[in-house]
Ligand binder design. Structure first.
Ligand code: SAM
Length: 285
């Protein structure tokens, strides 16, 4: 198996590869963590898996052994030869040498036609964490679950709960579309080279939206705007972004039992939505 320090160093030397920091390359060298990722994703021989950034194939090999089919997107052309050679014994792998952010549809209907469910499993390059998660949640309804290694700080924000220091616009966005939780911690020492941050593996499960909005992008922008400055009150953030009558918004807050000093991090998704509706459909605006 590829995922230990000896084998990783051997492969990097064999192919004359240096690590590309600009591609977020931190290779997993801990077999226990690789097994834990596969276990938490509960993939079976009936499932399809999309891996983002297979690198030299450490996680890929575990996925190939446990899933029916694996589709891997890798931006670094140098890795393609490694993957094709080192994983040549597996007939359930398709590799695409592309930037996953530039792919219109990551899910491949035809390739996965015999799979019961399709999930994403990836040790993500950290620089694409937020754009790829939003892209997949907003545009790819066929992908219902994701199991992702992310920077710990980001994982805590993605899964943040109201009234905690990690809760922000990203947490509300995630709560709107999914159930997101931290599954387990991963030390920086499990990677080669070791990044200067710790990591967590998170799970993201798409949910039936309880909230339906007419203009989704307007609502998502509203979520961003009310968190734009953490130290400011809800009303102050709001009045910076929109032409609103502060007094009228204060009135809406009072009627809903909030103080004027209300901060956005005190509000759940449902509470934010209720205020959003009142503010933008109230006769004052
Ligand atoms: N899966 C391997 C592992 O766990 O050891 C490597 C993970 S490494 C953190 C991230 C991988 O994503 C690298 O192989 C990198 O080249 C690749 N990558 C970076 N940006 C990418 C992008 N935009 N699209 C596809 N792959 C990308």
């Amino acid at each position: 198996m590829i995922g230990n320090i000896k084998k990783t160093t051997e492969i990097l030397n064999k192919y004359g590869l240096s690590v590309k920091k600009s591609f977020g390359q931190n290779f997993l060298i801990d077999e226990n963590i690789l097994r834990k990722i596969v276990n938490v994703s509960k993939i079976t021989k009936e499932d399809g898996v999309i891996e983002i950034g297979p690198g030299i194939g450490a996680l890929t090999e575990h996925l190939l052994k446990n899933a029916k089919k694996v589709l891997a997107y890798e931006i670094d052309t140098r890795m393609i030869e490694v993957l094709e050679t080192e994983l040549k014994d597996y007939d359930n792998l398709k590799i695409i040498n592309e930037d996953v952010l530039k792919i219109d549809q990551v899910y491949d209907e035809n390739y996965f036609k015999e799979c019961k469910r399709v999930v994403i499993v990836s040790n993500l390059p950290y620089y694409i964490t937020t754009p790829i998660i939003s892209k997949l949640l907003l545009n790819e309804p066929k992908i219902e679950e994701m199991y992702l290694m992310v920077q710990k700080e980001v994982g805590l924000r993605l899964s943040g709960k109201p009234k905690t220091k990690d809760y922000n616009a990203l947490s509300v966005f995630m709560a709107y579309l999914s159930e997101c939780r931290v599954e387990f911690d991963v030390s920086r020492n499990c990677f080669l080279p070791a990044p200067n941050v710790n990591s967590v593996v998170i799970s993201i499960k798409r949910i039936e939206r309880e909230i339906t909005v007419n203009n989704e992008s307007h609502f998502l922008k509203f979520i961003q705007n009310i968190f734009i400055q953490r130290r400011k009150t809800f009303v102050n953030n709001l009045s910076k972004a929109y032409k609103i009558d502060k007094e009228k918004v204060m009135d809406i807050l009072r009627r809903n039992g909030y103080k004027e000093s209300l901060r956005s991090e005190e509000l759940s998704l449902e509470e934010i939505y209720k205020l959003y509706k009142e503010i933008f459909t109230s006769p004052y605006n």
